[in-house]
Design a protein around this ligand. Structure first.
Ligand SMILES: [Zn+2]
Ligand SMILES: [Zn+2]
Length: 265
């Protein structure tokens, strides 16, 4: 959790270095894209300034090194040498954003960092670019228009969700860009089944404000919490995700798989 807080503070600080951009689509296009199931920010529409990205990656590596008790020689090599190859970096970023897993693994294999670590580093370093790009569009958009299992803004999977206290709407939050959107309570976000017989939830230690929804159709699960007293914009889901790691274990023990790849846990 300490690592998460420091990463988040660093992301916030560095996002100020990312130049402001005019939205790449106009008002009418925003709802049209949502209706058609297209993303508000398609992978090729995200402008990533490599000089700024390298700066963000360097600082975040510094944060991770500080928090790690193991010596991290690969990190040093990565930052000092490998990060300088902008052509390779740019290809890796494109493969990440396009979710081209084959190309991504091929390129990541050419770095000395552990692939999981590099994935996490790219994820947390690209997120500020996505925030910057998405925020202007999200204000104009009705993201609840069509039930979407993936983020209507960037296409990433939800990290988890919460029940909005004022109206009971189930709100999911994107693991990459942090956008939030409403999603039906009785539907699996991953396979969209509404078969009641396939959907159930479990909770631990009598605390039913934190639940795991299990789907027997696709065998995936999503965690949904109810904020206790906090306003929903103060409810930090990546922290709630870490605080509910015991629920991930409970779901995995029962043979279910997390719908979205984890970044910190
Ligand atoms: Zn997103
Ligand atoms: Zn499902």
């Amino acid at each position: 959790m300490g690592l998460y807080r420091e990463v988040f503070a660093t992301q916030r600080k560095l996002s100020r270095d990312i130049p402001d951009q005019l939205p790449h689509i106009e008002g009418g296009q925003v709802s049209l894209r949502i209706e058609q199931g297209k993303l508000l920010v398609e992978p090729d529409e995200l402008k990533v300034d490599l000089a700024v990205l390298k700066r963000i990656m360097r600082e975040l590596v510094g944060v991770m090194e500080k928090k790690s008790d193991k010596p991290m020689e690969e990190m040093e090599t990565f930052v000092a040498e490998e990060l300088e190859d902008e052509k390779k970096l740019s290809g890796t970023v494109d493969a990440f954003l396009e979710r081209d897993e084959e190309e991504f693994s091929r390129l990541v294999g050419g770095y000395s960092l552990d692939p999981e670590l590099l994935y996490m580093l790219l994820h947390i370093s690209l997120a500020p670019f996505m925030w910057k790009n998405a925020s202007a569009l999200v204000r104009k958009a009705d993201l609840d228009q069509v039930p979407q299992g993936k983020c209507p803004v960037c296409g990433d999977l939800p990290i988890m969700g919460f029940l909005r206290p004022e109206d009971g709407l189930r709100v999911l939050e994107c693991s990459l860009c942090g956008s939030r959107w409403g999603f039906p309570r009785i539907m699996c976000p991953f396979c969209k089944t509404v078969e009641q017989g396939d959907l159930k939830y479990i909770f631990a230690d009598g605390d039913d404000s934190r639940r795991v929804y299990l789907c027997d159709k696709c065998k995936k699960y999503i965690k949904i919490s109810t904020p206790m007293g906090e306003k929903d914009d103060e409810f930090v889901l990546p922290l709630e995700d870490l605080a509910t790691a015991h629920l991930d274990l409970a779901a995995e023990e029962r043979g279910y798989e997390r719908g979205c790849r984890t970044v910190f846990s």
